[in-house]
Write a new protein. Structure first.
Length: 142
């Protein structure tokens, strides 16, 4: 049985003879909700989209992201920077960002959707998030 997933021009499939694989449910992805989460939760403090945001972490512009990168690899790459991300979140935001699976799916969708990103502006940021970006990170890494 083939288990597949597609979204935003990305298609991948896994051939699996295990009957349980047929029960895998992938969340629907909502790039506009991902845009809102990206700004509200503080991802934008470290990651830039459409020239809005910090430059501590990799940019999330869809034009610079490998569109063939599946969500599992996308978030595996994030995991590699988890220690630094958690440290910066606690230092600059005052809390650790919390995501559920749907949140991650929506952020993945936003990171791959150039149309949703084109409408991302500083107006999407709260005053607090804008101030954190303007002041720069409170900690540095070597």
């Amino acid at each position: 049985m083939a288990v597949g997933f597609s979204g935003f021009g990305v298609v991948w499939a896994q051939n699996d003879t295990n009957a349980d694989a047929a029960n895998i449910v992938y969340p629907e992805m909502d790039a506009l909700r991902g845009k809102k989460l990206f700004a509200e939760r503080g991802c934008v403090v470290c990651h830039v989209v459409n020239n809005v945001g910090g430059d501590i972490g990799p940019g999330f512009d869809a034009s610079n992201i490998d569109q063939s990168l599946n969500p599992f690899d996308f978030f595996a790459r994030m995991w590699h920077g988890a220690d630094e991300m958690l440290h910066l979140q606690r230092a600059d935001l005052g809390y650790q960002i919390d995501f559920n699976g749907q949140d991650l799916a929506d952020i993945y969708a936003f990171a791959h959707d150039s149309e949703a990103q084109e409408s991302f502006t500083e107006d999407d940021l709260s005053d607090r998030i804008r101030e954190i970006i303007d002041n720069g990170p409170s900690v540095t890494f070597e």
